[in-house]
Design a protein around this ligand. Structure first.
Ligand SMILES: Nc1ncnc2c1ncn2[C@@H]1O[C@H](COP(=O)(O)OP(=O)(O)O)[C@@H](O)[C@H]1O
Ligand SMILES: [Mg+2]
Length: 403
C-alpha cells in the first residue's frame, strides 16, 4: 500500500546542494555549454551530444570532456576556448579543465542520423560542393574581387577543385580577372549552364558572361533573387572543394539572398588597414551575424607597399585587419601588400598567384589559402562514410551547345 516512492517528497529536499559554495548544477553547466557551437555542424555541442562528462568540484573547478568527431580535429582549440569561456562565466566557477575524446563509431552513426542532410547546402548543383566561402566587405575598391580570384588560384595551386561565383551583379569583374571576358557559357544536355574554365580548371560563373560588354543592368528584387538562385542551382558546378563567392560591396539584397540560399556558407571579410575601413567592414560582420553565417576570418588587403629595394610604406595605415580580427574573435588569415603586379595581372586576365607566384602579394594570398584550408577540415569522415543520398551519377557525354 501507499504511494510509490517516487512520488514521496524527497527527504533531502531541504538539504543544501551537494557542492560547497554556490557551484552551478550540472544542468546549469550543460545549459551554459549550449553557447559552444560546432562550426562544421552549426549546432551546439549539447544538442550534438558531444558533451561526454561534466564534473563540478567543491573548490570551484569544473572538468568538461568534449567528444570530437575525429581525433585530429583542427577545431579543437575552438572548443577548448568556447567551453572554458562558457563555464568560467558561471558564478562560483574558479577554473575549467577541458579534455577531449572521440565519439565511437556508433555515436557518430547516431549523430549522422540526427543531422541527416537536411538544412544543409541545397542538393542538386551544389550537392558535391564541400565548402562555400563568401568574400565580402562593407565597401567597394578594397580588393574583394582581386582577393577572390587570387585565393581561387592559390587554392587550386594547393590541389583543390575550385569554383568562383561572381555575385557582384552590378560590378562584375571575374570574367576579366580570369581572362574569360569573351566567353559565352554553353548549356549541357541536362540543361545545366556549363561554367567556363580558367587556368587550373577553375570554374567561373558571372552575369558578365551573359551581357554585352559594359551594359548596365537594373536589377529588381525578384529578378536578382532568381538570377542568384539560378547561379547556384542551374550551373553545373560538379565536384568542388571550394566555391568562392565574390560579393558586391555593402550588405544589401545579394548577401541576404545568398545567406538564405546557402545557410552553411562562411564569410571572409576583406578590409584595408585603416581604422575607417575596419568600421565599414564591421558592418558586413554584423550582417553576417544577422543572417547567421559564420565568419571564417579576415584578410587585410593593401597592407603596405614594398619597394623593389625592400622599403615598406604603410600607405593605408596599419593594423586594421588585426583589430577587426580581435574584435570579432576570428583569425587574420592574411595581410596582402599592394603590388603593381597584382593590379596588372588582374587587368591582364591571369591571377597573380599563377603569373608570378613569388610576388609578395601572391605569397601572402597563398598563405591565406593555407589558412583557409586549415580552417576547413579536409573531410569529416563520418559525413563521407554514410551519405544519405549518393550524388546522382550521370554519364558525362558531349554536351550540345544550345546557346
Ligand atoms: N594588393 C593590391 N595591390 C595592387 N592593386 C590592388 C590590390 N588589391 C586590389 N588592387 C586593385 O584595386 C582595384 C580594386 O580592386 P577590386 O579587387 O576590384 O576591389 P573590389 O572588388 O573590392 O571592388 C583594382 O584595380 C585592383 O587591381
Ligand atoms: Mg569587386
Amino acid at each position: 500500500m501507499g504511494v510509490p516512492s517516487v512520488f514521496k517528497p524527497r527527504s533531502g529536499a531541504r538539504k543544501p546542494p551537494a557542492t560547497m559554495g554556490h557551484m552551478p548544477t550540472q544542468d546549469q553547466i550543460r545549459e551554459a555549454l549550449r553557447a559552444v557551437i560546432d562550426p562544421e555542424l552549426r549546432r551546439d555541442i549539447v544538442e550534438l551530444g558531444m558533451v561526454r562528462s561534466i564534473d563540478a568540484h567543491a573548490n570551484g573547478v569544473v572538468d568538461v570532456t568534449v567528444s570530437l568527431t575525429t581525433p585530429g580535429c583542427p577545431i579543437r582549440s575552438h572548443f577548448q576556448t568556447g567551453v572554458a569561456n562558457a563555464v568560467r562565466a558561471l558564478d562560483g566557477v574558479t577554473g575549467v579543465n577541458v579534455s577531449f575524446d572521440v565519439l565511437s563509431d556508433q555515436e557518430k552513426g547516431a549523430l549522422q542520423q540526427k543531422l541527416g542532410r537536411g538544412g544543409g547546402l541545397p542538393t542538386g548543383a551544389l550537392a558535391q560542393v564541400a565548402e562555400v566561402i563568401c568574400v565580402g566587405s562593407g565597401k567597394g575598391g578594397v580588393g574583394k574581387s582581386s582577393v577572390t580570384a587570387n585565393l581561387a588560384a592559390a587554392l587550386a595551386a594547393e590541389g583543390k577543385r575550385v569554383g568562383v561565383l561572381d555575385a557582384d551583379v552590378w560590378g562584375y569583374s571575374q570574367p576579366r580577372m580570369f581572362g574569360l571576358g569573351a566567353q559565352r557559357p554553353k548549356v549541357s544536355a541536362e540543361r545545366k549552364i556549363v561554367p567556363p574554365e580558367a587556368h587550373d580548371g577553375i570554374k567561373v560563373m558571372s552575369i558578365g558572361f551573359f551581357m554585352e560588354e559594359d551594359a548596365a543592368v537594373v536589377w529588381r528584387g525578384p529578378m536578382l533573387h532568381k538570377a542568384l538562385t539560378q547561379f547556384l542551382e542551374d550551373v553545373d558546378w560538379g565536384e568542388l572543394n571550394y566555391l568562392l563567392v565574390d560579393l558586391p560591396p555593402g550588405t544589401g539584397d545579394v548577401s541576404m539572398t545568398l545567406a538564405q540560399l546557402l545557410p552553411q556558407a562562411r564569410f571572409l571579410i576583406v578590409t584595408t588597414p585603416q581604422p575607417v575601413a575596419q568600421k565599414v567592414a564591421r558592418r558586413s560582420a554584423e550582417m553576417a551575424h544577422k543572417v547567421r553565417l559564420e565568419i571564417a576570418g579576415i584578410v587585410e588587403n593593401m597592407s603596405g607597399f614594398v619597394t623593389p629595394a625592400g622599403d615598406r610604406f604603410a600607405i593605408f595605415g596599419e593594423g586594421g585587419g588585426q583589430l577587426l580580427a580581435d574584435e570579432l574573435d576570428v583569425p587574420l588569415l592574411g595581410t596582402v601588400p599592394l603590388t603593381m603586379a597584382l593590379r596588372e595581372q588582374a587587368d591582364a586576365g591571369t591571377p597573380l598567384v599563377f603569373a608570378d607566384p613569388d610576388d609578395p602579394a601572391a605569397q601572402a594570398i597563398r598563405q591565406t589559402a593555407r589558412g583557409v584550408i586549415a580552417l576547413t577540415p579536409v573531410e569529416l569522415p563520418m559525413m563521407a562514410a554514410a551519405p544519405a543520398a549518393p550524388p546522382e551519377v550521370k554519364p558525362v557525354g558531349m554536351s550540345l551547345p544550345m546557346a
